[in-house]
Write a new protein. Structure first.
Ligand code: PEP
Ligand code: MG
Length: 755
């Protein structure tokens, strides 16, 4: 059964359009269940009507032409109840209603299951039989399983279909795909799709004019692979039997002009670029081999895949040198990485879309720091087909608009213009202090990682660095940086801000941040080996980093050290001991300078409950609200499927933040926050009221937060906090905060979707 399910899902997945997908579903499900009829009714989102959309067994001529309004018939009953309806004799049910001419009269038994994706009923899958019988439990369970698995594919095909029109006919129908907000702002631009290297399954479709050049590139890549394989065969001549050697000939034969090579060339001649043609042809052949009965032949799929991958790698290598980026590039990838951001010249980069990941993925944090509008987790986006398309991304609400009509474009352009006006307005505040209406000063610090952040931060009037993510320079290398390399990097950070304080966090890898040269593979990385756990297990890495920081601080004295992911006192004691030891040893080596201030990040619930014990041992605490929210709410910050449960102002989070501030106040220690909440004008008002001494945020948010805090008084913020602390639902907190902003003339910080 599992095999049948898997095969059907695989076939449906490979369908080119929604009608194709539905055709496959009705045909394959009817066969698998050995029933007489299988049909799909799809809900029309505009009218709510359930349209008869595909059938095997009923009158196909009526497909797409008839349907049922809500409240009519058994199909809509399934949708209303959001559960299966299983009847021995459909016509005896009070909701039964014939659809004329469809040919249902003969069929008595009826089993309908809803097709639900992300809580939305997309349609209903129905099987029918002439015999009067209830479908048995296992049949019902099969159909439910089938439908649950297909829902995602159908939702995806619905959007892909809308865009597909564009590819085939040259005219696009507009479509909107929802993801989650990654970095605020609007971008109107042209899609450039980046694919991971040499992955046949991740090659975007692309039409080209210069077919001859593509053919040449393909031929050159083929020749290189042939030469590589020949070279391997030659070195093995003495070790292989003549039969084994013949295998290499077979291998080379696959690439022959007469075989796969000719098919690829044929596709290139229709206008597809070489990489796309290669991937489509190879995938087709791999599938073909995989479906073979004989295990020897089935295993040949691996060879075909290997060959295809090799050719693709050469094609990508030559394309790399030719890549140009249009003005207002919107970079689209299945999974954006920090390094892919660096590929596009900044002045050409208008926006980013990542199919995977969420608003608190580290790449989104980088995008916010760079001020590039970003949408994450756009899982239904047919990203492989978007090359050169015009797109709009709404980074405030996390939506992507494909083929936008002129009128919609105008509305977004209007929002963009307003944003520009706001940033000009905010620029004027640059040299003004962040002071509430009743004269309370709030130091605004920045989070940094790249050297480029430094200039931006200073331009925005940052008063210090609350979080320097040291893993960023680690990420950009091919091995651990040496102590001296680190010293130089840290020195330039410290020198750029001196005498303003710079809080350097010790290496925080693991979770979604793994170093290419130190991969950590775990089933549950956010609960695994990450942050301080890694560095305490590798004192040689920790000590080199601390020594580099202390050396870099010589003569400047503005360094502070901060420890990530601490979840018990023992970890802290151990880290403190190593820091003190390094300091002692460096003094013996002739270094001057005192021990810098040391702090702990509060990122896990345990640290909230032990905030006083931790605070007592250090100079300051700083809340990492990004992780704290994920751990308090048990919502993976990187998973778009649960992104709507990630509430940075959930009452539990607010309570925890208030408790940490209180604990520090009792212990007489400084308390700061360096999670993204600090950069949200709404969050900042609440944090001010809780008594946070320092708010540290990405440079882009700083002017907005300054503007918000200069508009309120400490007393009003206090009253608001008391009120908010009584609320029990995140939505209520949001509504209350939005009302507060509106009452204080700050509607510009509320971003409702553009319709
Ligand atoms: C946090 O968790 O809030 C934080 C600031 O650290 P990072 O986002 O780098 O995990
Ligand atoms: Mg963190």
């Amino acid at each position: 059964m599992l095999e049948v399910l898997r095969n059907i899902v695989q076939e449906v997945n490979a369908a080119e359009s929604l009608p194709d997908a539905l055709e496959i579903i009705v045909r394959r499900v009817r066969d698998a269940m050995a029933t007489e009829v299988c049909s799909v009714y799809m809900r029309d989102p505009e009218t709510g009507r359930y349209i008869f959309q595909a059938t095997e067994g009923l009158n196909r001529d009526l497909v797409g032409l008839i349907g049922l309004d809500p409240g009519e018939g058994l199909v809509t009953l399934v949708a209303e109840r959001e559960e299966p309806v299983n009847l021995e004799s459909a016509e005896s049910h009070p909701r039964f209603q014939f659809l004329p001419d469809i040919g249902e009269e003969r069929y008595h038994s009826f089993l309908g299951v809803p097709i639900i994706h992300q809580r939305e009923v997309l349609g209903v899958l129905v099987v029918q039989q002439a015999e009067r019988r209830r479908f048995d439990e296992s049949e019902e369970a099969f159909l439910v399983t089938m439908s649950a698995q297909l829902a995602g594919v159908i939702a995806h095909a619905r959007v892909t279909g809308a865009v597909g029109v564009d590819i085939l006919a040259g005219e696009g129908s507009a479509a909107k795909v929802s993801g989650v907000p990654g970095a605020p702002g609007i971008a109107i631009g042209t899609a450039v799709v980046v694919s991971p290297s040499a992955d046949l399954y991740a090659v975007p479709r692309r039409q080209v004019d210069n077919r001859r050049r593509e053919l040449r590139a393909f031929k050159e890549a083929l020749d290189k692979v042939r030469a590589d394989i020949q070279a391997v065969a030659d070195t093995l001549t003495t070790e292989l039997s003549p039969e084994d050697h013949a295998l290499f000939d077979v291998y080379l034969g696959i690439l022959d002009d007469s075989a796969i090579g000719a098919e690829v060339a044929g596709l290139i001649k229709t206008g597809e670029w070489a990489q796309g043609a290669l991937s489509q042809v190879m995938i087709e052949h791999i599938r073909h081999f995989e479906r073979m009965e004989h295990s020897y032949l089935r295993e040949r799929a691996v060879d075909v895949k290997d060959l295809g991958t090799r050719v693709l790698a050469y094609l990508q290598e030559s394309a790399q040198d030719e890549r140009t980026y249009p003005d207002r590039t919107i970079l689209v990838a299945e999974e954006l990485t920090a390094s892919s951001l660096g590929e596009v010249p900044r002045h050409k980069l208008a926006g980013l879309i990542s199919v995977r990941g969420s608003g608190n993925s580290h790449v989104a944090i980088l995008a916010r720091a760079m001020g590039v509008p970003t949408v994450m987790g756009a899982v239904d986006l047919p990203y492989m087909r978007l090359q050169d398309r015009e797109l709009i991304i709404d980074g405030y609400n996390g939506t992507v608009h494909l083929n936008p009509p002129a009128e919609l474009k105008q509305r977004f352009q209007h929002v963009l213009d307003q944003d520009m006006a706001l940033s000009r307005d905010l620029e004027a505040l640059r040299d003004e202090p962040c002071e509430t209406l009743d004269g309370h000063r709030v130091p605004l610090w920045v989070n940094t990682g790249l050297m480029a952040d430094v200039t931006r931060s200073l331009e925005q009037g940052a008063e210090g660095v609350g979080l320097y993510r040291t893993e960023v320079p680690f990420l950009l290398r091919e091995r651990f940086p040496s102590e001296e390399e680190q010293r130089q990097t840290y020195r330039s950070q410290l020198a750029a801000f001196a005498p303003k304080p710079v809080t350097m966090r010790t290496l925080d890898i693991g979770g979604d941040k793994s170093l290419p040269y130190f991969p950590i593979e775990e089933d549950n990385p956010f609960l695994g080996w990450r942050g301080i756990r890694v560095t305490l297990d590798h004192p040689e890495i920790f000590l080199a980093q601390i020594r580099a920081m202390l050396k870099a601080n010589e003569g400047l004295g503005n360094l502070q050290i901060m420890l990530p992911m601490v979840c018990n006192v023992a970890e802290l004691e151990e880290a403190l001991e190593l820091i003190r030891r390094s300091h002692r040893e460096l003094l013996q080596e002739g270094l001057s300078g005192g021990l810098p201030q040391i702090g702990v990040m509060v990122e896990v619930p345990a640290a909230v409950y032990q905030a006083r014990a931790l605070a007592r041992r250090v100079d300051f605490l700083s809340v990492g609200s990004n992780d704290l929210t994920q751990y308090l709410l048990a919502v993976d910050r990187n998973n778009s499927r649960v992104a709507d449960l990630y509430h940075s102002m959930h009452p539990a989070v607010i309570q925890a933040l208030a408790d940490v501030a209180k604990a520090c106040q009792v212990e007489g220690k400084r308390v700061g926050i360096c999670g993204e909440l600090a950069g949200d004008p709404q969050g900042a008002v609440l944090l001010l009221a809780m008594g946070y001494d320092i708010l540290s945020m990405n440079a882009t948010s700083l002017p907005k937060v300054k503007k918000a805090l200069r508009n309120v008084s400490m007393q009003e913020a206090g009253q608001l906090l008391t009120e908010v602390m009584q609320l029990e639902e995140p939505q209520q907190v949001h509504q209350r905060m939005e009302r507060f902003l509106t009452e204080h003339g700050m509607e510009q910080f509320i971003h409702n979707p553009v319709e």
